[in-house]
Design a protein around this ligand. Sequence first.
Ligand code: ZN
Length: 167
Amino acid sequence: MARLAILEFPDPRLRLQSQPVEAFDEALHQLVADLFETMYARSSLGLSAPQADFQRQVIACDASGTGQAQRVFINPEIIASGTPGYVQETCLSVPGRKGLVKRPTRLSVRAQDTSGQPFTAHLQGLEAVCLRHEIDHLHGILFIDRLWLLRRLGIRARTYLQQRRAG
Ligand code: ZN
């Protein structure tokens, strides 16, 4: 097992689209083990492969933070989400920043396990929020892109410009 180096904002590699996993081999098992080791070493509840510069759709989560609730999601696909709430988020790839993000607190996903076996999971609370954050990483999205305040300010700025243009 090895601890992995984490890419940090504004590294452009964090913006890449991760590719689906096709080979459920020893290299994948090693990557998953390394993601968990790195995640626990950095006191995080989740870590995605692209944060460690592997642009593959692999996510490790443990909402307990203690090793009691380890979950792996490979090639995850959201099939339902709901009950939005505002959650204070941080990210190992955006050190020193935190902010309120609107996230679903219920999430249903289809994914594969480390042997390629498909499964469906229905998550809620912290597990749902955590997985949604990590799925964003697979698509090059960071939580700072979803900051509530930033969005509101963005909307206000656009409205102002439209009014100016109209006037
Ligand atoms: Zn993150």
